[in-house]
Design a protein around this ligand. Structure first.
Ligand code: 1OR
Length: 294
């Protein structure tokens, strides 16, 4: 097993970012590709410029192995155009399409590649080398560990996890704010590659069924989670989830959810089992049942 020790930028020699000139069109393509990506979500403008500057375009043919499980980590990739499959020990576990990113684990934890990623069409990728990744992207990420460790430890869902496992969740979660009234999850959505699992940090969300969103089927508040059902059951979103107040959430993408929360699925399934009962009885606000049926 691999240590959860983070790369510590303070221990490294001064880093001089390399800038590879980009056209406005190229820059726009990178921006679009990383729009919803967890590693880019908390960068300021200068850091974004550094990352975009350091990225190099790579093209690969259909069938090419972009990453080989077990190899040393060299690059982090953002998929600009094309599709790729992910294999762990020879079993296909995930499909990536435009805007997906991968190859962060070996760079974050200095461990061998955890999966093989193989192009299933001609692909255009943006590659960020290890040094730039660690200095710009990950230096920024690791601050979240101290910020979120204790909150996550207080969540009932993670009660059975080791401290190191919780730290790894903190490393990859993304903060997202929602204004009151914004739709976080839409009923019927079946775009699995883009699906997320949410933990409520502050505020309250409500889950609705039906187009007019008149029937409330659940509420979640701080420490509750939602969005697990579609991921666990591989079914479209069963309800819409809307911010009732301004809400601060932390989310994991589907790959991180599968990788890090496998052992929490029993607890989640127990919650899912309560949903059908709760739908008829319209549970009181604040009870834990509710983590939205989505
Ligand atoms: P890496 O640097 O290890 C392979 O290179 C990449 O595949 C890895 O970073 C992730 O970005 C990506 N387990 C491990 N790595 C995965 C997984 C994964 N999915 C994508 N990658 N899964 C867990 C399997 C138990 C699959 C989750 C759906």
């Amino acid at each position: 097993s691999v240590s959860a020790e983070c790369f510590n930028p303070a221990e490294q020699n001064a880093f001089v970012p390399v800038i590879v000139e980009k056209s406005a069109e190229e820059r726009e393509r990178i921006e679009r590709a990383v729009d919803s990506n967890f590693l880019f979500s908390s960068l300021d403008e200068e850091q974004r410029n550094q990352v975009f500057g350091a990225m190099v375009e790579k093209t690969v043919d259909d069938g090419a192995e972009i990453i080989a499980q077990g190899a040393a980590g060299d690059f982090f990739y953002v998929l600009d155009q094309g599709s790729a499959d992910v294999f762990v020990d020879g079993t296909k576990v995930l499909t990536y399409n435009d805007g997906s990113s991968f190859g962060e684990l070996a760079l974050m934890y200095n461990c061998p590649r955890a999966a093989t990623v193989k192009a299933t069409s001609p692909c255009v990728l943006w590659a960020l080398d290890r040094q730039a990744f660690q200095h710009i992207l990950y230096a920024n990420q690791s601050a979240k560990r101290s910020k979120y460790d204790s909150f996550l430890q207080s969540c009932a869902l993670f009660a059975n996890l080791e401290k190191q496992e919780i730290s790894r969740i903190a490393d990859v979660l993304v903060e997202q704010q929602f204004d009151a009234g914004s739709v976080i999850i839409s009923e019927g959505d079946d775009n699995f590659a883009a699906m997320k699992f949410y933990i409520v940090i502050s505020g309250e969300v409500e889950a609705f069924k039906g187009e007019d969103r008149s029937v409330v089927v659940g509420r979640s508040g701080p420490g509750d989670f939602f969005g697990e059902k579609a991921l666990i059951e591989s079914k479209p979103r069963a309800a819409s989830v809307v911010a009732k107040t301004p809400v601060q959430c932390a989310y994991l993408d589907i790959a991180a959810f599968e990788r890090l929360l496998g052992s929490c699925k029993t607890i989640m399934r127990r919650q899912i089992d309560t949903y059908n009962v709760a739908i008829e009885t319209s549970p009181p606000a604040g009870s834990a049942v509710q983590a939205a049926r989505a």
